[in-house]
Design a protein. Structure first.
Length: 164
């Protein structure tokens, strides 16, 4: 099945009576414009050049008819979790994480970064209270640079999203 656009979000569409087939994606697959994956039930899905709103999130519907819906589920992964005590700690942590060009996520007053032992130890050595937990990495902060671990991506990020 070729997917060229999203069909909505599971929170906005009535799912009653429909079978939900999950397409499980890793955090780093959410921005891919071309990708081939299989759903939990084995349906092959191909993303091809999603021009409008190319980034997926947990709960995005890729296909829906009267009987079935194919919905994105973001898989949890090992993450560095840091809850800044204030704006100075937030700025300092973001600066240190940015120096490593790591992908950065902001969820529920916490900074999340895909787990990386050197970064984890570095943040500890700077005095930050960090934890390692299994988390869904969903709300990636958009910047004008692409993290090094995503450098082969075809995505160019052109806007800065403010955190409120």
């Amino acid at each position: 099945m070729i997917i060229e656009q999203k069909a909505g979000h599971i929170n906005n569409i009535e799912a009653a009576g429909r079978q939900v087939d999950w397409l499980e994606l890793e955090w780093f697959e959410l921005h891919k414009r071309i990708l081939r994956k299989h759903t939990r039930s084995g349906t092959e899905i191909v993303f091809r050049s999603l021009d409008k709103d190319p980034e997926f999130t947990d709960g995005d519907i890729l296909f829906a008819d009267g009987d079935k819906m194919i919905v994105v589920r973001v898989l949890p992964c090992d993450a560095i979790v840091l809850k800044p005590a204030g704006m100075l700690e937030m700025a300092s942590a973001c600066y240190e994480i940015g120096n490593k060009h790591a992908a950065l996520f902001y969820q529920e007053e916490e900074l999340l970064v895909p787990f990386d032992i050197p970064l984890y130890r570095s943040l500890q050595s700077f005095g930050f209270n960090v934890k390692q937990e299994q988390r869904q990495l969903i709300q990636r902060l958009r910047t004008t640079v692409t993290p090094h671990n995503l450098i082969n991506s075809n995505t160019i990020i052109t806007s800065v999203k403010s955190v409120s």
